[in-house]
Design a protein around this ligand. Structure first.
Ligand SMILES: Nc1nc2c(ncn2[C@@H]2O[C@H](COP(=O)(O)OP(=O)(O)O)[C@@H](O)[C@H]2O)c(=O)[nH]1
Ligand SMILES: [Mg+2]
Length: 239
């Protein structure tokens, strides 16, 4: 355990997460990693919950207006640099608030970075179905993910198996390149990050567990149209 002690700070973007945030789970892991919760202009009791429950063991940044996950993560990554613990950490990342990827995977992803790919600039969680893993995703999400990865490969020559997993970590030196400029895409900013980091060494870590948590706000028909527009915008800018 000691080797992962506060080597990493995770941004947790939170939009209307009052009923999904498992505060006790975060508290349990807070001795081993830092958390920066970003309230993304929630209209429910998320901010009150964060102020009441996490300020004793984690940091909170609150955005007045809802700006979407991409901007919430970006602002969090930028704000992290002002935290007193920032100098001591080696890695920074973002992790979905619903803990679809459990927090014990943080240690595994760090080990993967250290042992298997010590020269990696970023390690991205990837939901690969295989013996010994527990990946529970709806068939619709699986299908969409395969379809969009095919598009990304064709249009941008990105060889990722799973671009959208909400568990990603970055070495500190890559943060500026990945996050200093606002993203032009709303839902596929993960792909935009890959396009921005084309000169860095990026690797995928096959998560052992990923469980679809009820209450997703992303997979909706309207968003699929926005995603398609994003694909075109990215192609125009980075293609
Ligand atoms: N949907 C949505 N999620 C946001 C927004 N801002 C931050 N998030 C966070 O993005 C993460 C992923 O959201 P979720 O609904 O679980 O997406 P999914 O599981 O990928 O379908 C969660 O931590 C959300 O709280 C936003 O404006 N909309
Ligand atoms: Mg989710």
């Amino acid at each position: 355990m000691a080797e992962t002690l506060k080597r990493i700070c995770l941004v947790i973007p939170c939009y209307n997460e009052e009923h999904r945030l498992d505060i006790d789970e975060y508290r349990k892991f807070s001795g081993r990693m830092d958390f920066l919760f970003v309230n993304d202009g929630s209209s429910d009791g998320t901010l009150k919950l964060l102020e009441r429950e996490v300020s004793g063991f984690a940091s909170v940044l609150s955005l007045e207006k809802n700006s979407g996950k991409a901007e919430a993560v970006r602002r969090g990554m930028m704000h992290m640099r002002t935290l007193p613990s920032y100098d001591g950490i080696e890695w920074a990342g973002f992790w979905d608030a619903d803990l679809a990827t459990p927090l014990d995977e943080v240690e595994n992803i760090l080990k993967f970075g250290d042992l298997i790919c010590p020269d990696a600039d970023a390690v991205f969680g990837s939901r690969i179905y295989r013996l010994g893993s527990e990946i529970k995703r709806s068939p619709v999400r699986r299908l969409l993910s395969r379809f969009f990865c095919f598009i990304f490969k064709t249009l941008y020559r990105i060889e990722t198996y799973d671009s959208q997993c909400g568990a990603k970590i970055f070495r500190k030196k890559t943060i500026d390149d990945a996050f200093s400029e606002p993203f032009i895409s709303k839902w596929i900013f993960d792909v935009e990050i890959i396009l921005r980091l084309k000169n860095s060494r990026l690797v995928e870590y096959p998560v052992k567990k990923w469980v679809d948590v009820k209450g997703s706000k992303v997979v909706k028909f309207g968003n699929i149209i926005t995603i398609s527009r994003d694909v075109f915008k990215l192609w125009k800018k980075y293609g």
